[in-house]
Design a protein around this ligand. Structure first.
Ligand code: C2G
Length: 708
């Protein structure tokens, strides 16, 4: 059996490395040696590598004292390689279990065999099944198509082929050095194979803010490097196949990287124009015949060194492109009006814009703040954003439909924004705008920059969150514990309002009893029964599409009704991300679905027991000092795979963790005993998380912010 040398350079990839290595160790084709290059990593990661290497004889670890770059690390790996085949892998990526086996099947027939690459944001990506059966594909004259990704990855090379030609990565460059290896390698072979079953998972980093990959750091320097490399390679390889390949790659690079750099970087064009001109002069003009105007004129202006002309064409081109897009999309049209018209009108000093849970409800801290303002006759105009307007709310606030033209008008003009969740990035921020972010819960589940991986439907979550949160001026905090986490996980550096949560003021309401009666009546709940509230959270990995999550009820309502129905009713409250309907018709009079009821705080107030899971609702509910049960049937998956927690659920919570519906029912039957058992823990919990709450958080918040 022939040996494969797998070469893995490592540099600052601590969070991803174990997944990578494990995927190699688990290969079904096991006759491998693994050459890991520690390219000047810090002590902690270095020690981790040493430890990992000691656990399997197939691993060979090589140290570079200082970082020398990926090209040098791969060259070093090549020198050490003893196998008949060589395979490069990046230490933040990973393989499917059969990848090497699939490649090696054809290894004696070709010098180069490439597999399929799938992009992923997570560590446990499954393979996307291809339509139909896979077939081996043989590329001859068109073999450069296989490197349209400009990458050396997921390719099995015959070692004696590499040795014979002495292919090497150019160590003068870091980014794009793959080209210096793959071009000569693909040139000297008459054919290359493609095996789609051999899947390589290429990780797209979900945190381009703190942990960008090489490609995500791309900027002026990256562009210059690429252009210089193109010029050099054009001179070095006169063969038609390479010349065409390079020209195609340059045009692609121009359309993606360069255009976006020029659009996003003021003066960027001036900085790179000389380089651009030099480079595009080497482009074969025939290549342009496939393109349309004004693109051709754009490139010709570059070649003719006409900066002003180029700018003019570009502006026209950009305008045309935008116009076309806007004209066909009402939502883009509204955004354009927002930016170009509304944004330029003066800011209204007495206008307050409010939104709760992305316009889904009239609730939470924005509601509490609004009600405080109107009850105390503050002299402001108010605008609420809702997905469905026409709500019965106190005061005479205007209601606008979220994302309607009116919405954009008021967002642009309001001096004050009050919201408990994120507002779209494209809204920008005007000078003089004051943005109070109330957020919506004490965190149990890890947040944003404390999350390693994002499993939810939005893979750009971290980058978007970062941009959106730069606009917050104030952030409400319910307790010291949250302040510390918010500072770190949101990278929030402005004013933290350590006042408790305005939304919890209601729970300290002086007329509790009358309020409870009124709410129960409104909800058609029997007055003689106690109320159990079931309010679980959402699962990051169970969704229909972005923002639309699925939830299956694990509580056995039938059994609950049988054993608890004489004394209790159950109010079901799904998280606002949950999109599917609960089917509870059979439990009429016992189970009530109030998932779309505006404010959960009112449901807290009327309930005698809370059942939840990993939702932050229990931090708020604890203000009432009433019993809490945790129905955590999927705790292992939720904690270990999806999110990770800030607290030790077994130790820190004010109630029992229950794994089955039967356990939950029993706990309710014995609720007095359960409460007694948890008395001390409850008290400690209350001290830690509810200490700042006294029913006056709205007052303190309003007095800090609304001073005009
Ligand atoms: N919520 C609700 N009904 C539920 C669950 C939650 O109305 N069944 C509301 C509550 O107001 C709660 C808020 O949504 O405080 C946040 O809910 P979580 O379940 O904790 O989930 P998430 O939206 O992911 O926010 O720092 C807090 C975290 O960001 C959690």
């Amino acid at each position: 059996m022939e040996k494969i040398s797998v070469i893995i350079p490592t540099y600052k990839t601590d969070p991803y490395f174990d997944t990578c290595l494990q995927s190699v160790l688990n290969q079904t084709y096991s006759h491998i040696e693994i050459i890991i290059i520690n390219d000047g990593n810090e002590a902690e990661f270095t020690n981790h590598l040493i430890d990992a290497a000691s656990k399997d004889q197939r691993i060979k670890l090589i140290h570079h004292d200082k970082r020398q770059g990926v090209a040098s690390a791969r060259n070093r790996g090549l020198k050490e390689a003893k196998g008949e085949f060589v395979y490069f892998l990046d230490s933040d990526d990973y393989l499917a279990p059969n990848t090497l086996a699939h490649l090696v099947k054809y290894a004696n027939q070709a010098n180069i065999i490439k597999g399929k690459t799938e992009n992923t944001f997570v560590s446990n990506q499954g393979i996307t099944p291809d339509k139909g059966l896979y077939k081996l594909k043989i590329y001859k004259e068109n073999r450069f198509k296989l490197i349209s990704d400009q990458s050396v990855l997921n390719t099995l090379f015959k070692k004696d082929y590499l040795d014979k030609h002495q292919f090497n990565f150019s160590e003068e460059i870091d980014l794009y050095s793959d080209l210096t290896f793959i071009i000569p390698a693909y040139l000297a072979t008459p054919e290359a194979y493609y095996v789609a079953e051999a899947v390589y998972f290429h990780r797209k980093r979900n945190d381009p803010i703190n942990n960008p990959s090489l490609i995500q750091m791309d900027d002026e320097q990256g562009i210059r490097t690429y252009l210089a490399l193109y010029r050099e390679l054009k001179k070095l390889y006169k063969e038609k196949i390479v010349q065409t390949y390079l020209d195609q790659q340059l045009l692609k690079f121009y359309q993606t990287k360069i255009i976006s750099y020029i659009n996003n970087e003021p003066k960027g064009l001036e900085h790179i124009f000389v380089d651009l001109t030099m480079t595009f002069k080497a482009l074969d003009s025939h290549m342009l015949s496939k393109y349309k105007q004004p693109f051709i004129r754009e490139i010709k202006a570059i070649q003719a060194e006409k900066l002003q002309r180029y700018k003019k064409i570009m502006n026209q081109h950009t305008f045309l492109r935008k116009f076309k897009r806007i004209a066909t999309s009402p939502s883009l049209l509204k955004r354009a009006i927002y930016k170009r018209v509304f944004f330029k009108l003066p800011l209204k000093k007495n206008l307050v814009f409010l939104e709760s849970f992305l316009g889904k409800s009239y609730s939470d801290s924005p509601k509490a703040i609004y009600e405080y303002l109107i009850e105390h006759n503050y002299d402001y105009e108010y605008v609420w954003s809702f997905n469905e307007t026409g709500k019965k709310i106190p005061g005479n606030a205007k209601q606008v439909k979220r994302f309607s033209l009116k919405y954009f008008y008021y967002v642009a003009r309001a001096k004050y924004w009050v919201s408990n969740s994120r507002m779209p990035k494209y809204l920008g921020k005007r000078r003089g705008n004051v943005y109070l972010q109330t957020w919506h819960g004490t965190p149990l589940k890890r947040l944003v920059f404390d999350m390693d991986e994002v499993h939810s439907a939005d893979p750009n979550y971290k980058a978007n969150f970062y941009a959106q949160s730069r606009r917050w001026d104030y952030l409400s905090s319910p307790n010291k514990y949250s302040s510390t986490i918010f500072r770190r996980a949101f990278e929030f550096e402005k004013d933290m309002l350590e006042f408790g949560y305005p939304k919890n003021d209601l729970l300290y309401n002086k007329n509790k009893e009358t309020t409870i009666q009124a709410i129960k009546k409104k909800l058609h709940l029997p007055e003689d029964k106690k109320v159990i509230l079931y309010a679980p959270t959402w699962r990051d990995d169970d969704y229909f599409s972005r923002g639309k999550y699925r939830f299956e009820l694990e509580l056995n309502l039938k059994e609950m009704q049988k054993r608890l129905g004489d004394d209790y009713v159950v109010v079901l409250r799904m998280h606002y991300f949950i999109a599917n309907q609960l089917n509870i018709e059979a439990y009429n009079g016992f189970a009530f679905d109030y998932s779309t009821y505006d404010d959960i705080a009112e449901l807290y107030l009327i309930s005698d027991i809370l059942i939840t899971d990993y939702s932050s609702v229990f931090f708020d509910y604890a203000n009432l000092k009433r019993p809490i049960l945790f129905f955590t049937y999927d705790i292992e998956k939720y904690r270990d795979e999806l999110r990770g927690f800030y607290l030790d659920m077994e130790k820190d919570l004010p109630g029992p963790l229950l794994m089955t519906s039967n356990d939950v029912i029993e706990a309710v039957e014995n609720i007095t005993d359960v409460s007694r058992d948890y008395e001390a823990k409850y008290e400690a919990f209350y001290q830690r998380f509810c200490e700042w709450e006294d029913g006056r958080a709205s007052e303190r918040t309003v007095k800090t912010i609304f001073k005009d």
